[in-house]
Write a protein that binds this ligand. Structure first.
Ligand SMILES: C[S@@+](CC[C@H](N)C(=O)[O-])C[C@H]1O[C@@H](n2cnc3c(N)ncnc32)[C@H](O)[C@@H]1O
Length: 353
């Protein structure tokens, strides 16, 4: 008989529990999406303090028995906290650090990103993830017959969902860049944000670093609905064709959408846009750890999830290791670069001609 070691038994015990995460892994995302749609976090915030179940269900006009089950699930996962009753009254629900990230107008809100990733359009390609491995196909294409850019170009609602989600990512990342490595903007008078979405990144940069002028380059259907902002000029165009001139080109969460060859083309256009010798290209992207063993970065699991997201939602995109960034940067003609970790999933890569 095969006798199991203590370690093997422990592994077996963990597997028995953990396999349920894979069986019902979608449930956490679905319930949090439901909480955002019902407006639970906003209601507690607007109330100004803990809310009882009956206050919450009457404010949100929903069934208190369903809401109580939803709240039980969320409290179990530390999204909201149940606090003891006052003077023998009913218990009430209050915010936790996680639920604060579901409040729509908080700077740290992740609500728009959660709504994008849990939308039927973005979930459908996951059912075809295997086509990437089997025939090098694109799951988004298999699900919708076109890529995400063509889809968004003709679907205004989905385009807004994407732009709002990217803006929410920018609100989380830009302060981390300014706090973690403000020196990358030293001596930089103008920045072109290449694939800058609705301009949120530049708005935040210009507001924080008053001396900078920004040019926001994105596809025409994206910049046509971007809000005006002092110090930021919106330019509709195609970064494969040309990039407006500036002291520095900035690319955040853009290159991971593309293959190495496409990244090299985009980066060459960025190099042409900045002054020779003193110009720089600032890339804000994840750097996946390529060493074996336990990861050093507590957000490593997010980078690996994002890599799967790139597989599902882009045609050839991927998250890159240091070695893969080195290849792309050298092929694009950069002579040197440095990588600065920040308090975010991404790092800042500063590349010089
Ligand atoms: C993943 S989003 C990142 C947005 C923004 N940089 C951010 O981090 O919030 C990629 C952006 O690239 C833009 N884009 C895609 N293809 C483009 C092209 N050929 N020329 C200009 N922009 C493009 C998309 O419209 C989208 O706004």
């Amino acid at each position: 008989m095969n006798v199991k070691t203590r370690e093997e038994e422990e592994e077996e015990g963990k597997a028995e529990v953990e396999i349920w995460e894979y069986t019902f892994g979608f449930v956490k995302q679905a319930v949090v999406k439901c909480a955002i749609e019902l407006g639970i976090a906003d209601a507690i915030e607007n109330h100004g303090g803990p809310m009882t179940l009956s206050e919450l269900s009457s404010t949100l006009s929903c069934s208190s028995s369903s809401l109580s089950r939803i709240m039980r699930f969320l409290v179990h996962h530390r999204v909201f906290r149940e606090v003891p009753a006052n003077h023998g009254g009913p218990t009430a629900f209050e915010h936790t650090p996680i639920s604060r990230r579901l409040i729509s107008h908080e700077p740290t809100s992740m609500a728009a990103l959660i709504l994008l990733e849990s939308s039927p359009v973005m979930l459908a390609p996951w059912h075809s993830l295997s086509v990437r491995a089997l025939i090098n196909g694109a799951p988004f294409m298999a699900a919708h017959g076109k890529d995400v850019r063509d889809y968004a170009a003709v679907d205004e609602a989905h385009s807004k969902l994407i732009n709002d989600a990217m803006a929410c990512g920018a609100r989380a990342t830009v302060p981390a860049i300014i706090e973690g490595c403000p020196e990358v903007f030293d001596g930089v008078g103008s920045v072109v944000d290449v694939g800058g979405g609705n301009g949120t990144t530049l708005r935040l940069l210009v507001q924080a670093l008053r001396s900078i002028r920004g040019i926001n380059l994105d596809l025409p259907h994206v910049v046509s609905v971007a809000e005006d902002c002092d110090g930021v000029e919106h330019v509709g165009g195609d970064f494969f064709e040309s990039v407006p001139k500036a002291d520095a080109a900035f690319l955040m969460w853009v290159l991971h959408d593309w293959s190495d060859e496409e990244c090299i083309q985009i980066l060459k256009k960025c190099r042409e846009a900045v002054p020779k010798d003193i110009g720089k290209v600032i890339i804000v992207e994840a750097v996946v750890e390529d060493k074996e063993g336990a990861p050093h970065d507590k957000l490593e699991f997010v980078k690996l999830m994002l890599d799967m997201v790139m597989m599902a939602h882009t045609t050839k995109g991927k998250e890159r290791t240091l070695k893969e960034w080195d290849y792309v940067l050298k092929q694009a003609g950069f002579s040197r670069y440095n990588i600065k970790p920040i308090k975010a999933v991404q790092s800042v890569i500063e590349a010089f001609s």
